[in-house]
Design a protein around this ligand. Structure first.
Ligand SMILES: [Zn+2]
Length: 272
Protein backbone atom coordinates (compact mmCIF):
# COMPACT_ATOMS: atom_id res chain seq x y z
CA UNK A 1 0.00 0.00 0.00
CA UNK A 2 1.32 3.41 -0.92
CA UNK A 3 2.15 5.56 2.07
CA UNK A 4 0.06 8.68 2.17
CA UNK A 5 2.27 11.58 3.18
CA UNK A 6 -0.05 14.55 2.93
CA UNK A 7 -1.54 15.23 6.34
CA UNK A 8 -4.26 17.38 7.82
CA UNK A 9 -3.53 19.54 10.86
CA UNK A 10 -6.06 20.91 13.35
CA UNK A 11 -4.97 23.63 15.77
CA UNK A 12 -7.33 24.01 18.74
CA UNK A 13 -6.91 27.15 20.82
CA UNK A 14 -8.79 29.35 23.25
CA UNK A 15 -8.01 32.78 21.79
CA UNK A 16 -7.51 34.40 18.41
CA UNK A 17 -3.75 34.95 18.71
CA UNK A 18 -2.69 31.85 20.72
CA UNK A 19 -1.59 29.93 17.63
CA UNK A 20 0.38 32.82 16.16
CA UNK A 21 2.33 33.46 19.36
CA UNK A 22 3.14 29.82 20.01
CA UNK A 23 3.30 28.06 16.64
CA UNK A 24 2.82 30.21 13.53
CA UNK A 25 6.36 29.56 12.25
CA UNK A 26 5.73 25.82 12.35
CA UNK A 27 2.27 26.22 10.82
CA UNK A 28 3.83 28.18 7.93
CA UNK A 29 6.25 25.28 7.35
CA UNK A 30 3.38 22.75 7.40
CA UNK A 31 1.62 24.78 4.69
CA UNK A 32 4.50 26.10 2.57
CA UNK A 33 6.95 23.19 2.64
CA UNK A 34 4.85 20.11 3.35
CA UNK A 35 1.67 21.25 1.61
CA UNK A 36 -0.45 20.07 4.55
CA UNK A 37 -4.02 21.34 5.05
CA UNK A 38 -4.25 23.33 8.29
CA UNK A 39 -7.47 24.27 10.13
CA UNK A 40 -7.76 26.49 13.21
CA UNK A 41 -10.53 26.12 15.78
CA UNK A 42 -10.77 29.05 18.22
CA UNK A 43 -13.11 28.27 21.11
CA UNK A 44 -13.77 31.69 22.65
CA UNK A 45 -14.99 35.04 21.32
CA UNK A 46 -11.90 36.94 22.56
CA UNK A 47 -14.15 39.41 24.35
CA UNK A 48 -11.70 40.20 27.16
CA UNK A 49 -8.70 41.01 24.97
CA UNK A 50 -8.50 44.79 25.30
CA UNK A 51 -8.23 47.71 27.70
CA UNK A 52 -9.80 49.98 25.10
CA UNK A 53 -12.54 48.32 23.01
CA UNK A 54 -15.98 47.22 24.18
CA UNK A 55 -16.77 43.50 24.30
CA UNK A 56 -18.98 43.81 21.20
CA UNK A 57 -16.27 45.62 19.22
CA UNK A 58 -13.69 43.06 20.30
CA UNK A 59 -15.74 40.05 19.20
CA UNK A 60 -16.15 41.53 15.71
CA UNK A 61 -12.62 42.92 15.26
CA UNK A 62 -10.78 39.87 16.62
CA UNK A 63 -12.76 37.55 14.33
CA UNK A 64 -11.76 39.67 11.33
CA UNK A 65 -8.13 39.74 12.45
CA UNK A 66 -8.04 35.96 13.06
CA UNK A 67 -9.29 35.45 9.55
CA UNK A 68 -6.67 37.88 8.12
CA UNK A 69 -3.86 36.11 10.02
CA UNK A 70 -5.18 32.76 8.79
CA UNK A 71 -5.01 34.03 5.20
CA UNK A 72 -1.38 35.10 5.69
CA UNK A 73 -0.52 31.60 6.94
CA UNK A 74 -2.54 29.90 4.20
CA UNK A 75 -5.01 28.12 6.51
CA UNK A 76 -7.94 26.21 5.00
CA UNK A 77 -10.35 27.62 7.58
CA UNK A 78 -10.46 29.61 10.81
CA UNK A 79 -13.53 28.62 12.83
CA UNK A 80 -14.70 30.46 15.95
CA UNK A 81 -16.92 28.66 18.46
CA UNK A 82 -17.81 31.84 20.36
CA UNK A 83 -17.69 30.83 24.03
CA UNK A 84 -17.24 33.80 26.36
CA UNK A 85 -13.56 34.65 26.77
CA UNK A 86 -12.28 33.72 30.23
CA UNK A 87 -15.27 31.50 31.03
CA UNK A 88 -14.36 28.36 29.06
CA UNK A 89 -13.98 26.36 32.28
CA UNK A 90 -17.70 26.98 32.97
CA UNK A 91 -18.56 24.75 30.01
CA UNK A 92 -18.45 21.05 30.97
CA UNK A 93 -15.39 19.35 29.55
CA UNK A 94 -17.44 16.56 27.97
CA UNK A 95 -19.24 19.16 25.84
CA UNK A 96 -15.98 20.75 24.68
CA UNK A 97 -14.41 17.32 24.11
CA UNK A 98 -17.37 16.39 21.88
CA UNK A 99 -17.14 19.60 19.85
CA UNK A 100 -13.38 19.24 19.33
CA UNK A 101 -13.80 15.57 18.44
CA UNK A 102 -16.50 16.49 15.90
CA UNK A 103 -14.07 18.91 14.23
CA UNK A 104 -11.28 16.27 14.24
CA UNK A 105 -13.67 13.83 12.54
CA UNK A 106 -14.95 16.44 10.09
CA UNK A 107 -11.53 17.53 8.78
CA UNK A 108 -9.94 14.08 9.42
CA UNK A 109 -7.08 15.54 11.42
CA UNK A 110 -3.89 13.46 11.45
CA UNK A 111 -2.08 16.02 13.58
CA UNK A 112 -3.66 18.00 16.42
CA UNK A 113 -1.93 20.93 18.08
CA UNK A 114 -2.88 22.83 21.24
CA UNK A 115 -1.81 24.08 24.66
CA UNK A 116 -0.02 21.35 26.64
CA UNK A 117 -2.38 19.90 29.27
CA UNK A 118 0.58 18.76 31.38
CA UNK A 119 2.81 21.84 31.27
CA UNK A 120 3.15 23.60 34.64
CA UNK A 121 2.36 27.17 35.68
CA UNK A 122 -0.31 27.91 33.06
CA UNK A 123 -2.36 30.68 34.66
CA UNK A 124 -5.11 31.06 32.06
CA UNK A 125 -8.16 28.91 32.82
CA UNK A 126 -9.17 28.89 29.14
CA UNK A 127 -5.77 27.47 28.15
CA UNK A 128 -5.97 24.73 30.77
CA UNK A 129 -9.51 23.81 29.73
CA UNK A 130 -8.87 23.72 25.98
CA UNK A 131 -5.69 21.71 26.57
CA UNK A 132 -7.38 18.90 28.52
CA UNK A 133 -10.45 18.76 26.26
CA UNK A 134 -8.19 18.54 23.18
CA UNK A 135 -6.06 15.77 24.72
CA UNK A 136 -9.15 13.67 25.39
CA UNK A 137 -10.76 14.41 22.02
CA UNK A 138 -7.65 13.50 20.04
CA UNK A 139 -7.00 10.24 21.86
CA UNK A 140 -10.54 8.88 21.45
CA UNK A 141 -11.55 10.37 18.07
CA UNK A 142 -11.21 6.94 16.43
CA UNK A 143 -13.55 5.17 18.85
CA UNK A 144 -17.09 4.86 17.40
CA UNK A 145 -18.64 4.56 20.85
CA UNK A 146 -17.51 8.07 21.80
CA UNK A 147 -20.15 10.58 20.66
CA UNK A 148 -21.95 8.14 18.30
CA UNK A 149 -24.35 10.99 17.45
CA UNK A 150 -21.66 12.71 15.37
CA UNK A 151 -22.53 12.84 11.69
CA UNK A 152 -18.90 12.32 10.57
CA UNK A 153 -17.36 8.86 11.04
CA UNK A 154 -14.62 8.27 13.63
CA UNK A 155 -11.10 9.23 12.57
CA UNK A 156 -7.97 8.52 14.61
CA UNK A 157 -5.51 11.36 15.13
CA UNK A 158 -1.97 9.97 15.40
CA UNK A 159 0.28 12.91 16.25
CA UNK A 160 0.04 15.66 18.84
CA UNK A 161 2.08 18.85 19.10
CA UNK A 162 1.77 20.57 22.48
CA UNK A 163 3.02 24.10 23.17
CA UNK A 164 3.39 25.90 26.49
CA UNK A 165 4.69 29.09 28.09
CA UNK A 166 6.67 26.91 30.51
CA UNK A 167 7.37 23.82 28.39
CA UNK A 168 8.02 20.52 30.17
CA UNK A 169 9.61 17.50 28.41
CA UNK A 170 9.25 19.47 25.17
CA UNK A 171 12.10 18.13 23.12
CA UNK A 172 10.97 19.04 19.63
CA UNK A 173 12.51 22.30 18.43
CA UNK A 174 11.22 23.27 14.99
CA UNK A 175 13.59 25.51 13.04
CA UNK A 176 11.49 28.49 11.95
CA UNK A 177 14.33 30.64 10.60
CA UNK A 178 12.69 30.54 7.15
CA UNK A 179 9.24 31.49 8.46
CA UNK A 180 9.92 33.91 11.34
CA UNK A 181 9.00 36.87 9.12
CA UNK A 182 5.66 35.28 8.26
CA UNK A 183 5.03 34.52 11.93
CA UNK A 184 5.58 38.19 12.80
CA UNK A 185 3.38 39.30 9.91
CA UNK A 186 0.57 36.96 11.07
CA UNK A 187 0.87 38.23 14.64
CA UNK A 188 0.75 41.85 13.54
CA UNK A 189 -2.51 41.09 11.71
CA UNK A 190 -3.98 40.75 15.22
CA UNK A 191 -3.89 44.52 15.68
CA UNK A 192 -6.20 44.73 18.70
CA UNK A 193 -4.39 41.87 20.44
CA UNK A 194 -0.97 43.43 19.80
CA UNK A 195 -2.31 46.72 21.16
CA UNK A 196 -3.37 44.78 24.27
CA UNK A 197 0.08 43.20 24.58
CA UNK A 198 1.75 46.61 24.44
CA UNK A 199 -0.84 48.10 26.84
CA UNK A 200 -0.01 45.29 29.28
CA UNK A 201 3.71 46.05 28.97
CA UNK A 202 3.03 49.75 29.63
CA UNK A 203 1.02 48.90 32.78
CA UNK A 204 3.79 46.60 33.93
CA UNK A 205 6.37 49.37 33.43
CA UNK A 206 4.10 51.74 35.41
CA UNK A 207 3.70 49.23 38.22
CA UNK A 208 7.47 48.78 38.40
CA UNK A 209 8.12 52.51 38.21
CA UNK A 210 10.20 52.03 35.05
CA UNK A 211 10.49 54.74 32.42
CA UNK A 212 10.37 53.06 28.99
CA UNK A 213 10.10 55.73 26.25
CA UNK A 214 8.85 53.21 23.62
CA UNK A 215 5.84 52.45 25.84
CA UNK A 216 4.69 56.05 26.22
CA UNK A 217 1.72 56.48 23.85
CA UNK A 218 3.26 54.24 21.18
CA UNK A 219 1.93 54.60 17.63
CA UNK A 220 1.20 51.59 15.41
CA UNK A 221 4.77 51.50 14.10
CA UNK A 222 6.30 51.49 17.58
CA UNK A 223 3.88 48.78 18.67
CA UNK A 224 4.93 46.66 15.70
CA UNK A 225 8.60 47.20 16.59
CA UNK A 226 7.99 46.09 20.16
CA UNK A 227 6.13 42.95 19.09
CA UNK A 228 8.79 42.06 16.54
CA UNK A 229 11.51 42.61 19.13
CA UNK A 230 9.74 40.37 21.64
CA UNK A 231 9.01 37.55 19.18
CA UNK A 232 12.53 37.52 17.74
CA UNK A 233 14.02 37.43 21.22
CA UNK A 234 11.67 34.63 22.38
CA UNK A 235 12.28 32.45 19.29
CA UNK A 236 16.01 33.23 19.27
CA UNK A 237 16.31 31.80 22.79
CA UNK A 238 14.60 28.60 21.66
CA UNK A 239 16.76 28.46 18.52
CA UNK A 240 19.90 28.73 20.62
CA UNK A 241 18.95 25.44 22.29
CA UNK A 242 19.43 23.60 18.98
CA UNK A 243 21.88 25.83 17.14
CA UNK A 244 19.47 27.51 14.71
CA UNK A 245 18.53 31.18 14.41
CA UNK A 246 14.88 30.87 15.48
CA UNK A 247 12.79 27.98 16.79
CA UNK A 248 9.43 27.03 18.27
CA UNK A 249 9.26 24.36 20.95
CA UNK A 250 6.79 21.49 21.33
CA UNK A 251 6.18 18.36 23.33
CA UNK A 252 5.56 15.84 20.54
CA UNK A 253 3.36 12.85 21.29
CA UNK A 254 2.45 9.84 19.17
CA UNK A 255 -1.01 8.44 19.83
CA UNK A 256 -1.29 4.65 20.08
CA UNK A 257 1.12 1.81 20.66
CA UNK A 258 1.63 0.07 17.31
CA UNK A 259 5.36 0.64 17.19
CA UNK A 260 5.76 -0.57 20.76
CA UNK A 261 3.82 -3.76 19.98
CA UNK A 262 5.86 -4.42 16.83
CA UNK A 263 9.13 -3.55 18.55
CA UNK A 264 9.83 -0.69 16.16
CA UNK A 265 11.37 2.65 17.09
CA UNK A 266 8.66 5.30 17.43
CA UNK A 267 8.28 7.46 14.37
CA UNK A 268 9.22 11.08 14.91
CA UNK A 269 7.56 14.25 13.72
CA UNK A 270 7.90 15.62 10.19
CA UNK A 271 10.56 17.96 11.57
CA UNK A 272 12.61 15.40 13.52
ZN1 LIG B 1 -4.79 32.67 24.98
Amino acid sequence: MEQETKKTVLVVVAHADDMEFMAAGTIARFVDELNFDVYEYILTDNSKGSYRLTEQELVRVSAEEASAAGAILGLKEVRLEGYVDGDLADTPINVLRGQIMAMIREVRADIVMSWDPFAPYEEHPDHRQVAMATLEAAHFSGNPLFYPEHTQPPYQTTELYWFAKAPLNAELFVDISSTIDKKIQALLAHECQMELTVDMLAREADALGMDVPMLQSPDAQTRAQLIEMGIRSFCRDRGAATGVSYAEQFRYERVGMLEAVLGLPPRGSDFA
